[in-house]
Write a protein that binds this ligand. Structure first.
Ligand code: MN
Length: 379
């Protein structure tokens, strides 16, 4: 399947900055709508898309896993850097694999498929009003005008893990895919979006005109649009582009052989040098091994007064720390340690089998702390 892609983004008429980002890097396409004041939103949406793109280039995980990693990257940055604390972003990504599109989605940006004059929404909004609609509390029409229609129930970067919706959609020649942020769908009706997508053949013109239409309707938010057109490229079978031969790592040429030991007589200093060299090699190998071992160890402890996830072991040897902070949370250690369950344990470090287990411990602590705060001070 051949893809022609175009994108357009605009600050709109009201906002002071454009916190939307998009990615057009065939076969990977995405939009992201960042939030969080003082450039936080811009950082969040860009960092999320950069992370997905980088992992895709490296071939690490599938699309949903790459989005999960992007969540972690945004979350970690927001914890590390006070200037962007609390930032987050939506992310709607499409990966074209032959005649299928893999989708990954979090938030209220959307993907639509136009086929035979029908516009089908492929994603579900993770918003409070959508939840109210599905629970029958309000109607679709009421949701569109609801004052809290932009309140998200899910976003990237606000917690250590996020639920990522994923889906696979079959495409055929003539299909058109639209990825867009709520700056478009909040201003322009689906009926009108459909008519414009149908009526404007050129994808870049369609993208530009959709953005212009949102501005004509008020442009109260940043607007971002990616349009993909699918057409047959004449080949019967169409697999992913990277189906070819994978590069094979070649063993390196053998290193130069060390000079032969002098045959006739070995000077005593030379033998000592050889022994000293061997001892250094043993120490270096030991340190490399230790380092590799530490990289597999995780624990939850305290950093700067907050509960934190560490890599390594909670110990020091001859002044060398055998750990480093990976994530410092916003949970005050003092509050956690006031709970009997964690008293004295955080100081010593609660060890975990892996990163996921460490994250789970932090989540448990967060829940326990929140429960304790809800129930008021204990006895
Ligand atoms: Mn928006």
């Amino acid at each position: 399947m051949k893809v022609s892609a175009a994108a357009a983004t605009d600050i709109g008429l009201v906002r002071e900055g454009n916190e939307d980002s998009y990615l057009v890097d065939e076969p990977l396409f995405a939009v992201a709508d960042g939030m969080g004041g003082h450039r936080g939103g811009e950082v969040a949406s860009q960092l999320a898309l950069e992370t997905v793109e980088k992992l895709f280039q490296k071939g690490t995980g599938d699309l949903a896993e790459q989005v999960q990693e992007a969540n972690r990257a945004v979350f970690e940055r927001s914890v590390e850097d006070r200037k962007v604390a609390g930032m987050g972003t939506t992310l709607t990504a499409a990966l074209v694999e032959g005649d299928r599109i893999r989708l990954a989605h979090v938030g209220d940006s959307r993907a639509y498929l136009l086929r035979d004059g029908e516009l089908r929404r492929l994603t579900e909004d993770h918003t409070l009003v959508h939840r109210m609609v599905t629970e029958g509390e309000i109607s679709e029409e009421e949701a569109e005008a609801h004052p809290q229609r932009s309140v998200l129930t899910r976003a990237l970067g606000v917690d250590m893990v996020v639920d990522v919706d994923d889906d696979v959609v079959q495409v055929r020649s003539g299909d058109r895919l639209l990825l867009c942020t709520d700056g478009l769908t909040g201003m322009v009706s689906e009926e009108e979006i459909k008519e414009m997508l149908q009526g404007i053949a050129d994808p870049s013109e369609a993208a530009e005109r959709l953005v212009r239409r949102a501005n004509e309707a008020g442009g109260v938010d940043n607007i971002t649009v990616v349009v993909l057109d699918f057409s047959d490229d004449g080949r019967a079978q169409d697999g992913p582009a990277q189906d070819g031969e994978a590069p094979v790592a070649r063993p390196k040429a053998p290193a130069e052989k060390p000079a032969q030991a002098p045959r006739r007589r070995a000077f005593p200093w030379m033998r000592m040098a050889i022994w000293a060299g061997a001892a250094v090699a043993v120490i270096v190998l030991g340190l490399v091994g230790l380092r590799a071992y530490l990289d597999t160890q995780w624990y939850v402890g305290v950093s700067e007064g907050n509960v934190a996830v560490y890599r390594g072991i909670p110990a020091e040897v001859a002044g060398f720390r055998l750990h480093h902070v990976v994530v410092e949370t916003t949970i005050p250690a003092e509050v956690a340690e006031s709970l009997a369950l964690y008293r004295d344990r955080l100081d010593q470090g609660i060890t975990a089998d892996d990163r996921e287990a460490a994250n789970a411990i932090v989540e448990q602590i967060r829940n326990d702390v929140e429960a304790a705060q809800r129930n008021g001070p204990g006895p």
